[in-house]
Structure formats: C-alpha cells, structure tokens
Design a protein around this ligand. Structure first.
Ligand SMILES: [Zn+2]
Ligand SMILES: [Zn+2]
Length: 879
C-alpha cells in the first residue's frame, strides 16, 4: 500500500516474488488525530478479501485465461501466467458475527515480464524527516525489463515491491518497512543508503548508493521575513499570508524574493485581483526561503518520449486537452484512455482493427463515432519507454500522481464489481457483470488531475498523510509552519497562526502559499484548505533530457535562469499571481467552478439531497424540483440568490451584546473613521441590516441565516448616534422584533440597495430570477453538458433583461463546476475560480458572488465599495 501498479517477472535466480499488502487507513477525528491507523485486511479472521485478475487486451472469451493468481495472503503467482498486462480488483469485506459488510475495493495493474534487465534509483538524492516514530521518505526504484513483445512496458516503477534491499550507512537514518527512510538525527551533510538488487547474478550490477538528508521540520526557526506587514503587533487578528520556497536552490533565492515581492505588490493593487486590493489593510504578508537540493517538483505522471501526434515530447499521459488534429466531437486522449486503457507497447493494429476489437470486447461507454483515425493514431503512440527522475525538494510536493497512487475514484466508497462466471459478452446474464467489472477496473486509468500540486506520498508517510482532502495535522509542513517565528526581535511565534486548530477559527488559516519553482502548470489547495501550492508558470509539456546510452532514464530540463530578455527566467508572473489568488479562494470556502471531465450521468456526490458545503457551488440533488431524470430546478433554493446588494457598509470593530433593558435596540461600534456615513444614513432615514459573522470553522457563510430571527436583522433604524469620537450608534428594530443575539467582531452593518420599485436588490437581478423561475433551467447557452468546457459560458437571452457588456458576468445559475460538466452549478459564466488564466480579459477576475463572499469574510465594511465599483451592471445603465 498504496502501490497498485505492479511488475512481476517469470524468471530469475533467485526468482523475485511479489506479495501484496492491503491496508485500511482510518481516522476518527481528522483534525485532532495526528496519526492514521493502518490495519492490514489480509487477515482471514477479520476480513474477506477477493482478488479478481483480468486480461483487458485479450479477445473474448479469453480475458480470464492465463492470468496471474493472487493467493489469500497476497502472494502473486505468475508461474502459469502469460506475459503481458493485467488489471485486478481487490474487494474487501469485513466479517461480522453474521455475514459480512462491504469496506470498499482497490483496483490496480500487474505487468508480467520475462526478466529484469536493469534497475536504478528514481532519485538523485532524497530528503526525509527527523521523526522518532515514522519513516517518511521512500526512494523511488525503477526497473527495465526484457523486451518480450507482449505489450507490457519496457520500464516500470518497482518501488515497494521488495526487489531491492536498502541498507543505511549511517546512524542518522534507519531503513523501515517497504524501503522508507526514518530520520534519526538531523544531518549537516548528506549520509547514504545502499541499494542491492536481490537477483545477483544474472542482473549483475554493483549496489547503488543514494545520498540522504534528514531535516528537523518542527524546530523553532526565526526566519519569517516581512514582505508587506502593516501590523505585526496584532498579527493574530490579521489575515497573515506566508510564501514558502519549494524547489528553489540557494542560487535561486533572488528570484524567489523578487517573485514574492511583485506578487504581494500586484495582488493588492491590480483590479483583476480584487477584492484583495480593497481588503489590503486586513492582510500581513511574510516569506521564508529554505533551499531545496533540486529545482522543480517531482512529476507523478508519465510523459511521452516520442513526437508522434503532438510534435513534441513530454506530453503528460494521458493528455487532457482536446487533441489538436482530432475532428470535432471526437474524444480527448484522456477520455479514450479511460475507456479503452493505455495502448500496448508496440501496438500496430490499424484504426479499423482496434475499433472492431473494442466492439467485440464490448467496452462499456465506448462510442466508435467519437474516435477518429487521427486520435487513435495518437493514442497508439501515447506512451513512453522512459520514466522521469524525482526531484529532491524541501517540502516534497509533486505534480499529478503516479498510476500507483490511486485514481480519482475513491477506494473506500466504491464497492467491488460482481465477478462474472465466464467471459462471454453475448450472454445476457454475464454481459452486465462484465460491463461492471470492466468499468471498475478501468477506474485505474482515471488519473487525478495532472495540474494538482500536492504532497508526494513518497515523501510523506501513510501514517501522517492520507490525501489533500483531509487536514493531515501531523504532516511535516504543518510542523514546519508551527516552528516559524518573526525574523526581528522579539521573534514572536507568528507561525502558529497557520497551524489548524479545531477549537478556533484563525484569520490566517490556510493562507500559506508554497511556491514551486517549476514551469509546468500546477496548483492546489492541500490538506483541507490549510495549505495552497502553485508552480511559477503554466506550460504544458514537460521538457526532459536523457543520455543516448540510458534512454529510459529521463531527467527534467532545469528551468532557464533569468536573462536580460526574461528577467524572471521561466517565471510567468501573471500566471503565478492568478493561480495564487485562485488557490487562496479555496481557503475562503470557494470551490473550483471549472470543468475538466465530461459526465453523461450525475456523479454520486452531485445527487446528495443536502447542499454542497462550499459557498459558490450547488448540486442537482439539492436543487431538483421533480423526480429524476427530470432536470428542472427549484431555483429559489440557490443560496446566492438572496445575497444583498449593499449601498453603505461598515464592519463591527467590537462584539456587541443584546440590550436586555431595551430588547428592540442594539448598540454597534464601527470606529471613528466610519461614523460620518451613519450620521448621513440616519438623516436619510435609511433602513439598516445587521449580519453576524459566520463562525463556521471551514469559513462557510451560506446559506445566509434567516432574516429577522437571530443572526440577520433587517429593517432596523438608527435611533441615536451615541459617540461620534468612538464611532458608536444605536439601531432599533420593528416593534415585532426582539434582538436576542450578540454579534461578533467582524459582523457587517449595512444599508441595502433597492430596486426602482423599492424592493430589495440582490446580486441576481430580479429579471434573471424571474427567468430562472419560469424556465427552471440553468442559463448555459451551450446545452451539450456531457462535454467539458473551459470557456466562458454565455447566458441564453433573458426576457426583459439586458446583460452586462461581458454577458458571461451575469449572475445567475450555470451548470458545470467541481471539475465536471454536469450535476454541479455555479453563479456566473466566468470566474477566477473557473479559469484563472484568461489572456483575453487581462486575467480572470473573481465573479461577483465570489467577490461578495471574500469581502464579507475579510472586511464586510468594503461591501459598498465593492458594489459600486464591481457589480456587473448593464451598459448605459438599465436603471
Ligand atoms: Zn482550484
Ligand atoms: Zn466565482
């Protein structure tokens, strides 16, 4: 575990054998519990485990013939197996007093080769953590196999297989299970481990030596430097941002410093990054530089080593964008790989032969009309006989994922497919079972997004890191943050602001940007939005070099250093800032609004009856107004429909208590700089609203609380300006209202905007709401929702409504979000949370709903300014 991409050989002396281990990782409280439990399920007393192996490339009825056997203890037996590529499923059930209960399932790939030819370390050096309990870093081990003509790969990843024995040459490092390295003493200079292949001879090769460094991540470091720090004395009350260097060598430090300074300057001044600019006084910005041994991030996915199809090497496998030469309506290469798998090595059948094979195999979901000749030719060459070396970086981030690291289909909630009795797709009983099994096995090919930049499971142990959607509170990066102190005396421990704590909401939670010095596009919110990451540019192919003598060993080309023509080298400043601003959006409970994958059915998590907990996304399961398959929507459930437009606003600078003596009144403090506008509002007789600050640990704000109950009061009047010097005034509610709630510091008091007819004005205009209510459909003008779109979505023409100049800014309801084109809905046609790198419109801004939510969280006093400057109104003023 977690390796599910396996290589076995049939001959050798001694013959290398492979034994699988399947473990269940569990966690009771993902914030408080710093360590995950790992329990082996290969215990027949407690679990029933079923292994099913399938030969996906064979002709029916031979797809269960000659497959490797996997024994109940996990031992893989290939004595009778044919050479080639197999997929397998592991179904896990827990034994109960009566019967069993489903736990989940894992899928993987086994390639059977005749023998090993070579092996090497996939790292030039590796950094591991000082930890008395767990071994962290796991060196990658790669192998070359005999060229068997079976369709299996020539090179592969044999990490964790047990074929190589590692021995430490130092008391600073110990070798633990599955070749992970435990740091025992922090090192000043690298120490070494030696790797010996178990089969010697015939694979006669001297042992290999790997340099290892041990870092004490948790120690106290007074290295936090100011970048833009308006207020360090009250840092605990500010939103503190810190930039960390990842994959920068010591010599790259000036580049890091310049990038951070320009980012901090532009993010808080340029209109396209608003509302950060209007919120600048609420933020402190710091940086820390710690050098890495290697530049760039480790690349999890494989890349092409030939120029067929794309004209360049280094294209990520499987390629996500539309294939340039394919006809309109054709699959993307990634979609084709997910349907039919990766090509066999040496595949030379033509398009017709392959399509005929896939028809006989009855590949579920495959539509031959969507696979044209050019696409299939590119698919045949969409592979590599080499593998990229890992990078040795400070924090151990990696791009995308390895096949071995699991796919985007979860293991614990996806049950094993039923196992057919025989491979006969013409049999009406077996056909649906075969289809279900093939569908489940092909989840192996459903790679996680390649632009994800998350913690590499080969640097972070399974006991401390599960996936980016959990806090993983014990991981090294959070330990590192906890030890950071300000660089200037008295060195206050500001780093604790970034350490998640389930007992309190910290203003700085998640405002950690790990900058990876890598030109390939990447960026993520990690550890349940407690960290963010971004690469410094957005190029797509991964440039690499290899020696003529060792074509299988691929090294990434180092980034071009700064030059007079390109003063920031490979750094694309605009792209970096756009990504950083986008990733911070995740920290504020905003989710991706973009689409990368098409779906013909709604995904399970779109079908839930409860709304999505992030504020800018909702789902079909929650909105549906008639039983499935109808897609008509109860649009009044859309949570951003009632976000008020705001004319005058201030933030409460102190908490305020209900007044028991005068239960209709509440006294609020906005500070002396803000009081003038409330004196004016009183003179105008304005109606005032008061909205409490959200106390959700995840910063969730929607749905807004119900009006005129506890946390959201409307229709208040200013009855007294009590103290202009301190900025205090008194509000009174209508006679029917008793104010029983206290309002937190950071709550917002505001005068709502009104429509010409006097009704309150919301961010979704009333004509748009009326249109949505009558159509009960999203506004997308492009109705082909099974195909993902990365473009701005224009709304359909809306009755009686003139859209803003950029009509995609119209706030309403659009289908397509959370990476998929169907089942999830977002507020507008375009947003920084959807496509942060828009060149046409000078970099994508946040949509108005995302802007509103950000302002409300950080400084609701800026609402009126936001509305005045940025509400996407119709040209020439419809009103
Ligand atoms: Zn994102
Ligand atoms: Zn948005």
């Amino acid at each position: 575990m977690p390796h599910a991409d396996l290589h076995v050989v049939r001959s050798g002396t001694p013959k290398p054998t492979l034994k699988l281990d399947v473990r269940l990782r569990s966690v009771t409280d993902p914030v408080a519990q710093k360590v995950y439990d790992l329990e082996s399920v290969l215990d027949p007393a407690k679990y029933q485990v079923d292994f099913t192996v399938f030969a996906p490339h064979n002709e029916p009825p031979h797809r269960f013939d000659g497959v490797p056997k996997i024994a109940a203890d996990g031992t893989v037996d290939v004595a009778q197996a044919a050479l080639g590529v197999y997929l397998f499923q592991v179904g896990v059930q827990k034994k109960q007093p009566v019967g069993t209960s489903q736990v989940g399932s894992v899928v993987g790939r086994i390639q059977v080769h005749e023998r090993f030819v070579d092996w090497w370390f996939g790292n030039g050096s590796i950094t591991t953590a000082l930890d008395s309990r767990f071994a962290h870093a796991q060196p990658s081990l790669y192998a070359k196999f005999s060229d068997d003509g079976s369709g299996a790969d020539l090179v592969g990843d044999i990490t964790g297989h047990g074929y190589v024995t590692l021995v430490s040459n130092s008391a600073s490092v110990a070798v633990a299970d599955r070749g992970r390295l435990q740091g025992l003493v922090e090192t000043a200079a690298p120490v070494t481990v030696t790797g010996t292949f178990l089969e010697q001879p015939p694979l006669s090769k001297p042992p290999l030596v790997l340099p290892v460094r041990v870092v004490d991540y948790g120690k106290s470091r007074p290295v936090l430097e100011p970048v833009r720090v308006p207020d360090v004395a009250h840092a605990d009350a500010k939103a503190n941002i810190v930039f960390l260097a990842e994959g920068f060598r010591q010599a790259d430090r000036p580049l890091f410093d310049r990038l951070v300074q320009q980012t901090a300057d532009e993010m808080f001044t340029k209109p396209r990054h608003e509302p950060y600019g209007m919120l600048k006084n609420s933020f402190n910005v710091f940086k820390v530089f710690t050098p890495s041994q290697d530049e760039q991030a480790t690349c999890g996915f494989h890349v092409t080593d030939n120029t067929v199809g794309f004209g360049v090497k280094g294209v990520p496998i499987p390629s996500a964008p539309a294939y340039p030469k394919a006809l309109k309506g054709s699959y993307r290469l990634r979609q084709l790989v997910e349907l039919v798998g990766l090509p066999k090595r040496g595949e030379n059948r033509n398009t017709q032969q392959l399509k005929a094979l896939w028809a006989r195999q009855q590949i579920p979901g495959f539509d031959p009309r969507q696979a044209d000749d050019a696409l299939i030719e590119a698919w045949k060459a969409h592979r590599s006989d080499g593998v990229l070396q890992a990078s040795d970086t400070m924090f151990g981030l990696y791009l995308g994922s390895r096949w071995a690291d699991g796919s985007r289909v979860p293991t614990t909630t996806t049950l094993a497919a039923p196992v057919p009795g025989k491979d006969d797709p013409t049999d009406p009983i077996e056909r649906p079972k075969l289809a279900a099994l093939i569908t489940r096995l092909h989840h192996f090919y459903m790679m996680r997004p390649q632009q994800a930049l998350t913690l590499d499971p080969r640097r972070h142990p399974p006991e401390l890191y599960a996936n980016e959607n959990l806090v993983n509170p014990g991981n090294s990066i959070l330990s590192y943050l906890g030890g950071l102190r300000y660089s200037l005396p008295p060195n206050p421990p500001i780093g604790t602001n970034w350490v998640p704590d389930s007992s309190t909401v910290k203003q700085s939670k998640g405002l950690v940007s790990i900058i990876s010095y890598d030109g390939v596009n990447g960026g993520s919110a990690i550890n349940l939005d407690t960290l963010t990451s971004s690469t410094v540019a957005n190029s797509a192919p991964v440039p690499f070099t290899s020696d003529a003598a060792r074509p299988e060993l691929l090294r990434r080309t180092t980034p071009a250093p700064p030059s007079p023509a390109r003063p920031l080298g490979v750094v694309d400043l605009d792209s970096f800032i756009n990504k950083a601003a986008h990733e911070f959006g995740h920290v504020f409970d905003l989710e991706d609004e973009y689409e990368e994958f098409g779906l013909s059915d709604d995904s399970d998590d779109a079908l839930g009856a409860r709304d999505i907990p992030t504020d800018n996304i909702t789902s079909i399961g929650f909105l549906r107004s008639s039983p499935a398959p109808a897609r008509t929507l109860a649009v009044d459930r859309v949570k951003w429909l009632v976000l008020p437009r705001i004319r005058v606003s201030s933030r409460l600078v102190e908490a305020t208590l209900p007044d028991t003596a005068r239960p209709r009144q509440i006294t609020v403090t906005v500070g002396p700089d803000e009081i003038a506008k409330w004196v004016q509002a009183r003179a105008d007789g304005a109606e005032v609203s008061l909205l409490n600050r959200s106390a959700q640990p995840n910063r969730q704000q929607l749905p807004l609380p119900p009006t005129n109950q506890l946390d959201y009061l409307t229709g208040l009047r200013i009855v007294e300006v009590r103290d202009e010097a301190r900025g205090i005034f008194v509000l009174e509610g209508p006679s029917t209202v008793t104010i029983q709630q206290s309002f937190r510091e950071g709550s917002v008091v505001f005068v709502p905007r009104r429509n010409p007819g006097g009704s309150p004005s919301f961010v979704v205009e009333e004509e748009v709401v009326a249109f949505l209510r009558s159509t009960r459909l999203p506004l997308n003008s492009n109705r082909v929702l099974t195909v993902p779109s990365r473009d701005d979505q224009l709304p359909v023409p809306i009755f009686n409504f003139r859209p803003p100049f950029h009509s995609f800014l119209t706030v309403g309801l659009y289908e397509g979000a959370r990476h998929v084109s169907r089942g999830f809905y977002r507020p507008t046609g375009a947003c920084k949370m959807r496509n942060q790198d828009d060149q046409v419109h000078d970099g994508r801004q946040f949509c108005h709903v995302c802007k509103w939510l950000l302002v409300n969280l950080v400084d609701g006093g800026q609402h009126a300014l936001l509305d005045r400057q940025f509400y996407p109104s119709s040209p020439r003023g419809r009103r």
